[in-house]
Ligand binder design. Structure first.
Ligand code: AMP
Length: 366
C-alpha cells in the first residue's frame, strides 16, 4: 500500500511527536487527522482534521477509522484496546502487537532478551508478597517500576533497602511491577531505526543522552562512544525492528556500562525525543521517515550531514532561556504550542549544528 498525495493519515495522540509527524506529513502532501481526548494538544493545532474523544469511545473510533486511510500512534501509552478496535477496520502501522509489547515493561524486557539484546537483571512483582523473592533475585540497589504507563521517571523509584522497596510499592500501587537492578551506567545512549512496509530498514547515528530528574535534557549526536559500541547499538535496533515486524520508526534506549557493554532499557515504537536533531542534521528526519514508512513510501539512508546538540526546553526554567535562543541564529527553535509552562513539561526544544566531526567537547555544557 502506497498512499497517494492527499490521502489521510490518522494519528492517535496529540502531543509534540504527533505535531512534528503531522508537519512532516503535510510536506509530503498528506492530511493528518488527529484522535485524542484533549482538544488543544500540540498535534491538534496543526491537524487537517480532529476527533476529540476518549480512547474508549468505540463509536468515535469507528468514525475515525472510516475517515482515514491508515492509522499510526505518536505515544505508546495509547490504550492497545483502541488500536485493536481500529485494526479490525483499517491498516495500523505499527500494529497492535508492537504497541502491546512496548507498553508493558515486562513484555518489553522479555522481547529484548528474545532478540539478543542484553538487559539488566529483572523480576516481575505482581503483588507485595512477591517482593522478597524479587529482591533476592535482583539485589540492591534496584529500581521498582510500574509495568505500564510510566514515562519521564513517573511510576518508578530507586530503592536501596527492602523497607524502601515496600514503601515505594505501596506508594505506586495498585499495579503490577518490575524490579530491575540499578545500573551504574557510564552514559545513556539511544539508537533509532526506521523500517518500511517492504521490510527494509535504515538506522540513524547513535545519540548520547543526558537526563535531569529523569527527563531528557540534552542529546548529542553522534554519541561520543567507540565505533564498535555504536555499531552494536545499531545492530540491536535492527534486531528489534525485525523482531517486532515494525513498520515505522522505533528508538531503543540503552545504558552503556563502564566496560563498554550495552544494556537495553526501553523501546519506543515511534519518533523519539533524542532524535529531534534529525530535523536539521539529516536529509531524512525521523518524522519524515516515520510518515514515509506508514505511507508506504521508500526510505533511504538518513544522510546525516552535521553533528548536533538538542536541548529540551522544560518547564519555566527551560522557557527562561527562550529569548536568548530565539535571538541566536545558531539555534533552531521548536515550540510545541503548549500554553502553560508547568515544571517538568516539555515546552519545546532547540537544535544546534556543527560540521561533521566538530561537535565541541564542551557541548554538554550548552
Ligand atoms: P525509563 O522510564 O525506564 O526510561 O527510566 C528513566 C530514566 O531513569 C532512565 O533514563 C535512567 O536515567 C533512569 N533509570 C531507569 N532505570 C534504571 C536502572 N535500572 N538503573 C539506573 N537508572 C535507571
Amino acid at each position: 500500500m502506497t498512499l497517494p498525495a492527499g490521502a489521510r493519515i490518522g494519528i492517535l495522540g496529540s502531543g509534540q511527536l504527533g505535531r512534528m509527524s503531522a508537519m512532516a506529513a503535510a510536506r509530503l502532501g498528506y492530511r493528518v487527522h488527529v484522535f485524542a481526548p484533549e482538544a488543544d494538544g500540540p498535534a491538534m493545532q496543526v491537524a487537517a482534521a480532529r476527533s476529540v474523544a476518549p480512547y474508549e469511545d468505540a463509536e468515535a473510533l469507528a468514525a475515525f477509522a472510516a475517515a482515514v486511510d491508515v492509522v499510526t500512534f505518536e505515544f505508546e501509552n495509547v490504550p492497545a484496546a483502541a488500536l485493536a478496535v481500529l485494526a479490525g477496520r483499517i491498516t495500523c502501522r505499527p500494529g497492535v502487537e508492537v504497541l502491546a509489547t512496548c507498553q508493558d515493561r515486562l513484555a518489553e524486557k522479555a522481547f529484548l532478551q528474545r532478540v539478543g539484546v542484553p538487559v539488566a537483571p529483572f523480576a516481575a512483582v505482581a503483588e507485595e508478597a512477591e517482593l522478597p523473592a524479587a529482591l533476592a533475585a535482583v539485589g540492591l540497589p534496584a529500581v521498582l517500576k510500574t509495568t505500564r504507563l510510566g514515562y519521564d521517571g513517573r511510576g518508578q523509584a530507586v530503592v536501596r533497602s527492602a523497607e524502601e522497596a515496600r514503601v515505594a510499592l505501596r506508594r505506586l500501587a495498585p499495579a503490577p511491577f518490575i524490579l530491575e537492578a540499578f545500573v551504574p551506567f557510564a552514559a545513556e545512549v539511544s539508537a533509532l531505526v526506521a523500517r518500511g512496509a517492504d521490510g527494509r530498514s535504515v538506522t540513524y547515528a547513535v545519540t548520547e543522552n543526558r537526563h535531569r530528574q529523569h527527563i531528557l535534557d540534552l542529546s548529542l549526536a553522534p554519541a561520543r562512544i567507540p565505533p564498535e559500541v555504536a555499531e552494536a547499538a545499531r545492530r540491536h535496533a535492527l534486531a528489534v525492528a525485525e523482531g517486532l515486524g515494525l513498520v515505522g520508526v522505533a528508538a531503543v534506549e540503552f545504558f552503556l556500562l563502564p566496560d563498554g557493554r550495552l544494556l537495553g532499557n526501553e523501546i519506543a515504537p515511534r519518533p523519539h525525543n533524542s532524535f529531534h536533531w534529525t530535523i536539521e542534521a539529516c536529509r531524512l528526519s525521523q518524522f519524515e521517515a516515520h510518515i514515509r514508512a506508514v505511507a508506504g513510501l521508500p526510505l533511504f539512508d538518513p544522510g546525516r550531514h552535521h553533528d548536533a546538540a538538542m536541548r529540551n526546553l522544560i518547564g519555566p526554567e527551560g522557557m527562561a532561556r527562550l529569548p536568548a535562543l530565539l535571538a541566536d541564529p545558531e539555534w533552531s527553535v521548536h515550540l510545541y504550542g503548549k500554553a502553560e509552562a508547568r515544571p517538568g513539561r516539555k515546552m519545546g526544544h532547540a537544535t544546534r549544528l556543527w560540521p561533521k566531526g566538530a561537535l565541541p567537547a564542551a557541548a554538554d555544557q550548552l
